[in-house]
Design a protein around this ligand. Structure first.
Ligand code: IMP
Length: 435
């Protein structure tokens, strides 16, 4: 009954798509469990680069059933166009299934997200403006529209009428924005339902039947632990639970049905949007990370803020997700930096601690305490084993393992599928190049 969760240990953009791709041969279903088209997963296969926002990256493998679970918020127009893009590139989406219980991101959610962000000015969260927060807000206040509702024209009309009475009042009178008109929205939503009808299903049943039949299921998180609504740097977070625990409610699986959690980590820190990033670098090292690491958002194209690796939130994330192993990505980007720093504690109001502060305001005042490590000059992209990595790179990895107590079992040294070094078995010395 194997089920594996892949989740981000930082602020998102850790390279989770590559982890899914690597395990794809061994799984029959890949389930997205939270978030929406705010996510961007880039998968490189040979000369082809796929940028996916909603469809689980397992879609690139014909034997996999890609599933969008009940915990995801779905913009149907975006889903339909992403499926069309995949079909045009020869990738079938016939097997894709979307939970009828997943909530719909309506155009008024997108409008509200944008209006709130503009009105907040300096206090803006820096959202992706994809309507994520307003859609999850409606879900929690039981005013949402679910994917299954798109198949029921009369029910849909009454839900939309109720929603618009409130949303239009807010849009017009609070934000001075344009109102939505019921007829246009209703007929558009019916068209979405028609296009997606073959794909809307009870995905929890599919997942449970798959587990009962002994299939291996992968649950794919979006964003990262530090953007988690409950455990991240609130309010500078997303509106869902990217942590591994979110896979249970959002994917339709019990906690004891999960037997592996792979935490995905980038060799340095990045963050998009507002909120504290204690190790942020505004110097030439930060510039190196942005340019060599190509740190621009997949969804919005925004330049990511970059900084040194921070072990304080990482220790918190490793425990919170009960990570059984770590995938370390983009180690090659650090090549050429003369020295490397790793943050091991914070000094806040004169006191030093390696505990992660629960409050973003405390984190804003945190000064990082660094340990300094020698860098390396070698290009890692041609490495064929972890043993073949420079001593300094292996020392950097060992520090992460010691401080988190979790073994690094996969190391990525380049964007290609084959630039991935896999250690067979936790702590095992048997290392080989991934197929
Ligand atoms: P929202 O999810 O669009 O509401 O944005 C909330 C915060 O999460 C903002 O700081 C976004 O930049 C950030 N965010 C959302 N999705 C991603 C992602 O896939 N990668 C990195 N940051 C993200």
């Amino acid at each position: 009954m194997p089920a594996t969760v892949i989740c981000g240990l930082q602020w998102g953009d850790e390279g989770k798509g590559k982890a899914t791709d690597l395990l794809a041969d061994r799984v029959s279903m890949v389930v997205r469990y939270q978030g929406g088209d705010n996510a961007g997963h880039t998968v490189v296969i040979g000369d082809e680069v796929f940028k996916l926002h909603l469809v689980p990256s397992g879609v690139l493998h014909p034997h996999i059933t890609p599933i969008i679970g009940p915990g995801v918020v779905v913009n149907p127009a975006k889903l339909i166009s992403e499926m069309a893009m995949l079909n045009e590139r020869g990738i079938s989406t016939d097997k894709l299934r979307v939970s009828g219980a997943a909530h719909v991101i309506m155009p008024y959610h997108v409008a509200l997200d944008g209006a709130r962000e503009s009105a907040a000015a300096d206090g803006a969260i820096g959202t992706t403006k994809r309507g994520i927060g307003p859609a999850y807000g409606d879900r929690a206040s039981r005013a949402g529209i679910r994917m299954g509702d798109l198949l029921e024209p009369e029910l849909l009309r009454s839900r939309l009428t109720a929603a618009l009475a409130e949303k239009n009042a807010v849009l017009q009178h609070v934000y001075g924005a344009a109102a939505f008109e019921i007829e246009g929205l209703h007929s558009e939503a019916i068209q979405w339902g028609k296009a997606l009808r073959p794909h809307i299903a009870d995905t929890t049943l599919l997942v449970q039947n798959g587990l009962a039949a002994g299939e291996h299921i992968l649950l794919e998180g979006a964003q990262g632990t530090l953007l988690d609504l409950d455990h991240g740097t609130y309010p500078y977070v997303t509106s869902s639970n990217p942590v591994a625990g979110g896979a249970t409610t959002g994917g339709g699986i019990g906690p004891l049905q999960i037997d592996q959690v792979i935490g995905v980590l980038k060799a340095y820190s990045t963050r998009v949007g507002s909120g504290p990033l204690p190790t942020e670098l505004d110097d030439e090292v930060g510039e190196h990370l942005v340019s060599v690491g190509k740190e621009f958002g997949t969804t919005t194209g925004r330049r990511r803020r970059c900084g040194w690796l921070d072990l304080v939130p990482l220790r918190h994330a490793a425990r919170l997700n009960s990570a059984t192993s770590v995938m370390l990505n983009k180690l090659d980007i650090l090549s050429g930096l003369p020295e490397l720093k790793i943050c091991v504690a914070y000094r806040v109001d004169g006191r030093e601690s390696d505990d992660w502060p629960m409050d973003a305001a405390v984190l804003e005042r945190a000064e990082p305490v660094y340990e300094i490590f020698p860098g390396w000059t070698e290009d890692l992209r041609a490495a064929t084993s972890v043993e073949g990595l420079p001593d300094a790179a292996r020392r950097y990895m060992a520090t992460i393992e010691q401080r988190t107590g979790v073994p690094i079992t996969i190391v990525s040294v380049g964007p290609e599928r084959n630039q991935t070094l896999v250690r067979r078995g936790a702590g095992s010395a048997a290392v080989h190049r991934a197929a």
